[in-house]
Design a protein around this ligand. Structure first.
Ligand SMILES: *Cc1c(COP(=O)(O)O)cnc(C)c1O
Length: 378
C-alpha cells in the first residue's frame, strides 16, 4: 500500500564523510573547524554580526532570554500560535508571558494589535516567522524602538527567507534558528543564535561556554580562562557541526526543490480555494517563501479531522500543528487571566500540513492532490 510520510530527513550524502573527517581530526568537542565553517557561512551569507551554533533552537532561545537580561516582573510578548520554546525560554527566566494573536490572513503575530499589549513592564517581543514567512518586521521594530524593547526573532523555520530583501534573523537584536530534522536544513538536533546587536557578542560567547571566557582564551586574547558569568553548555560537538556543514553546502538545491513542491501544491489546490473550500497560505508582498511547510486552512475542526483521516486511510500522513499556548495546561495552571485569541485558536483547529520533504516526488504530490480533490468532491 502507498505510504507517504509527513516528513523524511534528507541527507545530501556528504554528512558521514564530514563526520568521519571530524572524528579523524581528533577534535570532537565544540567550537572547532566545522563549527567555525558553519558560523562563517551564516555570517557571510546573511550578514549576522555573530553566529553561534547551539545544540537546538530552544537552547538558542534560552541564550536570548539570558542575554535580554530579563527576570521576574518583566513581560515578554509572544504569539500564542507557536512552539512551546518561544515562550519557555523566557518562562525559565521568571518572566510573565503576554500572548498575542495571529492575523486573520496568516498565522504570524498581528503587528497591528501589538502596541495595545505593551505595558511599562514589557521588555521583549518575540516574533515567530511561521512557515518561514516573515512577520511585518518594520512595524514590530518601530514599536520596539518607541518603547525601548528588544526583539528576538524565532526564526526556527525561517532559514534562507527574507523580509523586504533582508534575511530573516538579521533584523531583530537577536534571533534563533533550528536544525531539527523536521526543518529545511538539519543536523538531527541543532540550532543557531544570530546576534545583530554587537553589544551582546562578548556575553553570548561566555554564556555559550558554561559561563567562562574560554572563547577569548582560544583566540589568544587572554592568557587564562575562568568563570565570569552565568551560562550553560550550549555548543554542539564537531560531529554535529560536520553534519550541518554537508547540509549547508547544498542549501540552494534543497530550497529550490522544496519551493517547486510547494508550487505544485499551491497550483493544484487553487481550484479548491476558488470554490471557497479551503484557504491556502498567503505570502505578503514583503516576504519570500522558503517552502518550510505547505499548509492549508480547513473550514472547521471536524472537516480537518475528517480530511486527515481520509488521507491516512490512503497512506498519506498529514498533520495539524500548534495548539494555542494560551490554552495549554501550563498556562492555565500558572495564569489566572486567559486571553481571548480567536485567530490562534482558528489555526489550532483548522490548519493542516501536507507532506513536504526533499525526496517527495512530483508524482506523489499529484497523488496527494487527487485524494484531497476527491475528499472535497464527496
Ligand atoms: C522547531 C521550532 C522550535 C524548536 O526548535 P528545536 O531546534 O527543536 O529546539 C522553536 N520554535 C519554532 C517556531 C519551531 O518551529
Amino acid at each position: 500500500m502507498l505510504k507517504i510520510p509527513f516528513n523524511k530527513p534528507y541527507l545530501t550524502g556528504k554528512e558521514a564523510h564530514y563526520m568521519y573527517q571530524a572524528v579523524s581530526a581528533g577534535k570532537l568537542s565544540g567550537n572547532g573547524t566545522y563549527t567555525k565553517l558553519c558560523q562563517s557561512f551564516f555570517e557571510e551569507k546573511y550578514g549576522f554580526k555573530k553566529a553561534l551554533l547551539t545544540t537546538s533552537c530552544t537552547d538558542a532561545l534560552e541564550m536570548c532570554a539570558i542575554l535580554c537580561g530579563v527576570g521576574p516582573g518583566d513581560e515578554v510578548i509572544v504569539p500564542s500560535y507557536t512552539f512551546v520554546s518561544s515562550a519557555l525560554a523566557f518562562v525559565r527566566q521568571g518572566c510573565k508571558i503576554v500572548f498575542a494573536d495571529s492575523m486573520a490572513k496568516n498565522p504570524n503575530i498581528d503587528a497591528e494589535k501589538l502596541e495595545a499589549l505593551v505595558t511599562p513592564k514589557t521588555k521583549v517581543i518575540v516574533p515567530v516567522h511561521y512557515a518561514g514567512v516573515a512577520c511585518d518586521m518594520d512595524a514590530i521594530m518601530e514599536i520596539a524602538e518607541k518603547y525601548g524593547l528588544l526583539v528576538v526573532e524565532d526564526a526556527a523555520q525561517a532559514v534562507d527567507s527574507y523580509y523586504k530583501g533582508r534575511p530573516l534573523g538579521s533584523i531583530g537584536h537577536l534571533a534563533a534558528f533550528s536544525f531539527h530534522e523536521t526543518k529545511n536544513i538539519i543536523a538531527g538536533e541543532g540550532g543557531l543564535l544570530a546576534i545583530n546587536d554587537e553589544r551582546f557578542i562578548r556575553r553570548a560567547e561566555i554564556i555559550w561556554e558554561k559561563g567562562t571566557n574560554r572563547s577569548e582564551f582560544f583566540r589568544g586574547e587572554v592568557n587564562k580562562y575562568g568563570w565570569v558569568d552565568t551560562g550553560s553548555s550550549f555548543l554542539p560537538s564537531e560531529v554535529i557541526s560536520a553534519f550541518l556543514w554537508a547540509q549547508l553546502e547544498e542549501i540552494e538545491s534543497i530550497q529550490e526543490k522544496r519551493k517547486s513542491l510547494w508550487n505544485l501544491y499551491y497550483s493544484g489546490l487553487s481550484v479548491l480555494q476558488d470554490k471557497g473550500l479551503v484557504r491556502l497560505p498567503q505570502i505578503p508582498g514583503f516576504a519570500t517563501n522558503n517552502a518550510h511547510m505547505f499548509y492549508m486552512v480547513c473550514r472547521s475542526l471536524e472537516e480537518r479531522t475528517a480530511l486527515i483521516a481520509y488521507l491516512k486511510e490512503r497512506g498519506v500522513l498529514s498533520v495539524f500543528h500548534y495548539q494555542s499556548l494560551h490554552k495549554s495546561e501550563f498556562y492555565k495552571k500558572n495564569y489566572t487571566q486567559i486571553p481571548d485569541l480567536p485567530f490562534a485558536d482558528l489555526y489550532s483547529d483548522q490548519l493542516v500540513r501536507l507532506p513536504m520533504y526533499y525526496e517527495l516526488g512530483a508524482d506523489q504530490v499529484e497523488t496527494i492532490l487527487s485524494f484531497i480533490r476527491d475528499f472535497y468532491a464527496e
